[in-house]
Write a protein that binds this ligand. Structure first.
Ligand code: MCN
Length: 783
């Protein structure tokens, strides 16, 4: 392995600019003549807008315009789309009333944008917003997910029971039959708490219209600028599409929350033409709490049927999923195909039946957040495994081992066909690293100090690199799931990679360059990665579902194959040898069995000088592109073990040890992968112990700032012990499985399983705050 090749711990090249304050984010973009947007948002969760009076605001200093939903409608701009069509079990299509960029007639959550004020400065726009008079008729709000379907109030008048769809997967009759045969049935009820994404950089946009060329440019904090352009150009009526250029410069984290086309960036683009000036908007943290799509928010009842030898016979799950006030772009796929299809976990479960009712409430829209459906599935499965093991009196590790899938490929009863894995290997390694055998001793020692100590497992699976396009399309996904790449070799042999993937913290500039340097045998520094600009990269599907390694890098690999094939032809002419005799090794084209060779740089130059090969047969230059559509998802899996100590007198908890053994197939950069795992675990621990969005009965977000919404900090986290096992993924040429979400998927179940173990199996909901732990500890002591 070279010092910068595949498998090397190369330091992230992008970090130099990030940690020295030299990153270039959307808020750093300032255009000549730029003005500022401020969004007036609804203070009510549910209300009819009787009228909006902007006269006074329009007369205030610096104000150029106050635009509302009526102006959007007058320009023929329709609602934001939803990208994934789900059908209910009765065959009816999901109910997706439009999501207007600025409210039309009604507001449906606190923070719903009602008007945009455009002014010379942000302050002037903000001041003017106070002078806009909106006459609301406040309506009762639907806030509680559990009762939303039976509420007398409708979030959307044309959606009965506030239910977007009632979906099912699996074989109901076979599952019922399995439960009838069961020796033991475990039943759990759980809530997967609503989370606020809180990327470090809030969303931002600068829209600019150039009347000379009739072109728009939008700088924005997007994870997938090409999809944003496609969607936005369609409903902003920008035609042809290329008259809108979308640039996502450095983006400071997304975690899924920046996949969608939101109202604000769309409005800035549209408004730039209306006011004839570039329009800038930067979200503040309070707005972000209200307007970034939230994550999770499920209520689930789940049952597991086992036989008298502790083998799983079947699983039954009923989930209520909250989508908030509107159906966001991917919101319908998250609680369905990204959730229920993973309920088999790592286990050989003969039959599963799952129903999902997806429900509107007067709350911020909910969509994908790191893991998107897969943490919710893992939480259901791994809590069921834990509770069942206790109820049937089997050690939780043994119970898992007994039910692991052993043979691959494995067809689960819920669509997914797992290609490869070795779940025994990751569990065994994790048990060793966690010194599971010594746990009893540590628990007794903790008890002597008055502490309750528990250990919890999460043997999770996830599906990344969502694919293939045809399969996803047949399930209602309105997008292709391939990725594109172009390899441009310059005459001096340096290489530019244009990729449709987007990096917003995952280190693509490093790992993608490692792949290229490794394949071409050129210095790592001679490779640069271009992404995030629709005028530079022709098209791409962007980044979500931990797909950039498996899908994005595979597209690069495919384009590299083509470049090498062409370079070989040119090299053969330069070497005056037959192409069949030329081999490409370590950056040199070598005539087999001789010492004749020519290096990469000379061939690159030769391709452009083009004197020594017939240009009628071989075109000059060296540049190739590829689209890569994988044949399957990748299925990363692993075992996380959490050990926790609880002080029963105060409810304080401390995670004292964390072991993670993950299988990400071939690892390109172990240091980056470890960083991804650390970050994901931190977010998962945040969900389990600290974070939770809460609304009051009227739909006001009570946890709307960092004073009330607790993010994990370094002192909440232990030092993680991370390791890997490797089963190379067969569905892409590099053998890569995604790693970007694994920690967030695995961690919540490991924490809660450890806590319930510490608390004498007293159930506890997330976030398990000190108060909740203290109450559970008191119950446990009384029992
Ligand atoms: N990698 C590797 N070897 C592997 C797999 C991946 O070296 N076997 C490298 C990749 O080359 C890439 C990184 O690890 O540099 C993550 O790769 P991958 O798992 O393919 O995930 P993506 O790059 O597609 O990133 C998306 C994923 C998701 S879905 C969320 S959510 C998330 C995450 O990554 N959001 C993040 N990690 C994040 N990290 C940061 N800092 N910020 C976010 O917003």
């Amino acid at each position: 392995m070279s010092a910068t090749g595949i498998g090397a711990r190369v330091k992230r090249v992008e970090d130099k600019r990030f940690i020295t304050g030299k990153g270039h984010y959307t808020d750093d973009v300032n255009r000549p003549g730029q003005v500022h947007a401020y969004f007036l948002r609804s203070p009510h969760a549910h209300a009819t807008i009787r009228s909006i009076d902007a006269k006074a605001a329009l007369e205030m200093p610096g104000v150029l315009a106050v635009l509302t939903g009526t102006d959007l409608a007058a320009d023929g701009i329709g609602p934001l789309p939803c990208g994934w069509m789900i059908h209910s079990k009765d065959g009816s299509p999901m109910k997706t009333p439009g999501h207007p960029c600025l409210a039309q007639g009604k507001v449906r959550y606190v923070g719903d944008p009602v008007a945009v004020i455009i002014a010379e400065t942000v302050r002037q726009a903000r001041d003017a917003a106070e002078a806009v008079s909106v006459d609301y008729e406040v309506l009762p709000a639907v806030v509680d997910l559990a009762t939303a379907q039976s509420s007398g109030t409708l979030v959307h008048d044309d959606v009965p029971r506030n239910t977007a769809f009632e979906w099912e997967i699996g074989d109901k009759a076979a599952t019922e039959a399995a439960f009838r045969k069961a020796h033991h049935i475990t039943t759990i009820e759980l809530v997967n708490n609503r989370l606020v994404p809180n990327a470090m950089e809030p969303r931002a946009a600068v829209g600019e219209y150039d009347p000379g060329s009739d072109h728009y440019t939008l700088w924005t904090t997007s994870q997938n600028p090409h999809v944003a352009r496609l969607v936005m150009s369609a409903f902003l009526n920008v035609a042809p599409e290329h008259k809108l250029r979308v640039i996502a410069p450095d983006v400071g984290g997304g975690f899924g929350s920046k996949i969608y086309v939101y109202p604000e960036e769309t409005v800035c683009t549209w408004a730039s033409k209306k006011v004839g000036r570039p329009v800038k908007w930067t979200c503040d943290r309070t707005e972000a709490f209200l307007s970034d799509a939230h994550g999770r928010d499920h209520i689930t009842r789940a049952e597991l049927a086992t036989d008298d030898r502790g083998r799983i016979l079947g699983m039954r799950v009923k989930t209520l999923a909250n989508v908030g006030g509107y159906m966001n772009l991917f919101a319908s796929s998250v609680p369905t195909y990204l959730y229920a299809t993973l309920l088999s976990g790592q286990y050989d479960i003969p039959t599963i039946y799952c129903e999902v009712d997806t429900v509107y409430t007067n709350t911020t829209p909910v969509d994908a957040y790191r893991g998107a459906g897969r943490p919710e599935a893992t939480f259901v499965v791994e809590r069921l495994m834990e509770v069942t093991a206790r109820e049937i009196g089997v050690d939780p590790a043994t119970f898992r081992k007994r039910n692991f899938i052993r043979k691959f490929p494995h067809q689960t009863p819920v669509i997914m066909a797992y290609d490869i894995g070795d779940y025994h290997a990751s569990l065994s390694k994790a048990l060793e690293l966690a010194d599971y055998k010594g746990f009893g001793k540590r628990k007794r020692e903790a008890a002597r100090r008055g502490k309750l100590r528990g250990i919890g497992f999460s043997t999770y699976i996830e599906a990344c690199g969502i694919a293939p396009s045809q399969a996803v399309g047949s399930l209602g996904g309105g997008v292709g799931l391939w990725e594109s790449a172009e390899v441009r070799v310059n005459p001096v042999g340096t290489v530019e990679i244009l990729t449709g993937s987007h990096s917003h913290g995952q280190g693509h500039e490093t790992t993608f360059a490692q792949l290229v340097a490794d394949r071409l045998g050129i210095p790592f520094e001679n490779v640069s990665i271009v992404h995030g600009d629709t005028d530079k990269v022709q098209f791409g599907m962007g980044t979500y579902g931990s797909r950039s390694g498996a899908v994005g890098m595979s597209a690069i690999s495919k384009a590299l194959d083509k470049v090498i094939a062409k370079a070989k032809k040119i090299a053969a002419h330069l070497l005056e040898a037959s192409e069949a005799d030329v081999e490409f090794r370590n950056g040199n084209f070598v005539v087999s069995g001789t010492d004749k060779s020519i290096d990469w740089t000379s061939v690159a130059l030769g391709a452009y000088v083009a004197h020594k090969f017939p240009t009628s047969e071989i075109e000059p230059g060296l540049k190739e592109g590829a689209f890569y559509d994988p044949t399957n998802f990748t299925f990363p899996a692993g075992c996380h073990i959490c050990e926790i100590e609880v002080d029963p007198d105060t409810g304080a908890s401390e995670i004292v040890s964390w072991v993670a053994v993950d299988d990400f197939g071939t690892v390109i950069n172990p240091m980056i992968v470890e960083g991804q795992v650390h970050g994901g675990i931190a977010q998962g621990i945040g969900q389990a112990l600290l974070e939770g969005a809460r609304y009051d009965e009227s739909g006001q977000l009570l946890t709307g700032s960092f004073m009330d919404y607790t993010m994990p900090r370094a002192d909440n986290l232990p030092s993680f012990k991370v390791d890997t096992t490797v089963t190379p993924c067969p569905s892409n040429p590099l053998g890569i499985k995604g790693c970007g979400e694994a920690g967030a998927i695995a961690a919540p179940a490991a924490v809660i399983n450890a806590l319930t173990d510490a608390l004498g199996h007293e159930d506890i909901a997330m976030p398990a705050t000190p108060q909740a732990i203290w109450q559970a500890a008191q119950k446990s002591v009384r029992r």
